[in-house]
Design a protein around this ligand. Sequence first.
Ligand code: ZN
Length: 415
Amino acid sequence: MLSRRGTLLVSLITLLLFANSAWAASACVDLFKPHPVVIAMAEAKALEEKFVITQRAYRQGLLGRSQFERDLAASGGKLTRLFATRGLTVEFREEGFEILPQGSHSLAKVASHLNSNNIRLMYAPHLLPEGMQAAYSVKESDLSRTLYIDLETIIHGRIGVVGAHELRHVYNDLRANERAGAYERLFQTHLFADKTASKKLPEIEGPYQTNFSLDEIIAYRLSAALLLRDLMRQPSDNFAKNNLIVHGEQLRMFVNSGLATLKVLLSEVQNSRFTFTIRGVPGAETAKVQVEIVKAGLLKNLFSTRRQDKNLVGLIARLDVLRTEVPSVPTPDNMRLLLSTKIGQMIVELEALQKPAHSFFEATQSLAGKHVSEAQIVDIDEALGRLSRAIAARRMSHNNQTTPTAQNGNDEVFL
Ligand SMILES: [Zn+2]
């Protein structure tokens, strides 16, 4: 949904269940007298629904402008006041609620940190399609950045799995824009199949099949670790269990799909069947290079009949590269060299993660049964540990060639 609104980079986390286990636990404090958080959450959910319905009705032309403004102001005002009772200050606009770096709420600190990096923190329920709770996006038109946070985080005042996942994307994006963030920069590679015949990337199903950023692999590794921590504390936590299964499946698909797509892309680039555009990222040392697979000429087609047709004509990949790496006068020839190098490096990185990602997937598959045993948890923990160590080792080999900067201090904030 966000990409249709002109968003360049969208990172979403899909969660199977809406209920948060921590929330459910607090409901048991006193069955006859619901905890204030539970009451606030129920109220907020109802207002959120109203807000989304009003926005949808206006977009569909079912609501006149003045009625829309009145309805939106009513539910928006109530939500704003409700957030204030949780210690959060927001600025309400038609596009949503901007979270301000004021007050005692834990998100105020996050907002302050993000704002200092030119990133807005927003709560915009109508932008998030069903089942997607939070997102990090970079706008196509001006490359401005926004982190969309979920309602649960606002009401609970605690960054949960969803928020931590998105903050990892933010951190990786910031790192990628520094010279020293070579590893994170490679994983900013974003694949789009919208213009291909099947409108689908190879070897991936579900919400990410038309496009995804390889950064999902790093962010999913983090949210998997947090879910596993929850499951270790509480083996009956179905939210953690079901989402770990999803994380295993997603991680396997991201690696497989990324590899299959990039191998085709590399071959097409090497055979000069591509077009490219370059855009500088404002205030950053990087540029975004967009490459698209184009149809081969008639003559080339005749000579390449033995080449297996993977039908990826129209595939777009966006890569982050240092400005200094971009040739001063870009030509198809020198760009073919740069792109081949970058795509080749990315393939090496994905190959290094394929085996541990697959064994993590296999370990999480065992969770499909009703009862979760300690042995299963140990298996998953070991598999995830191998994946984490593989990522850490590869990151070190890329990033330790340059002097670390102050950005490293953000590790704590961004987990
Ligand atoms: Zn994500």
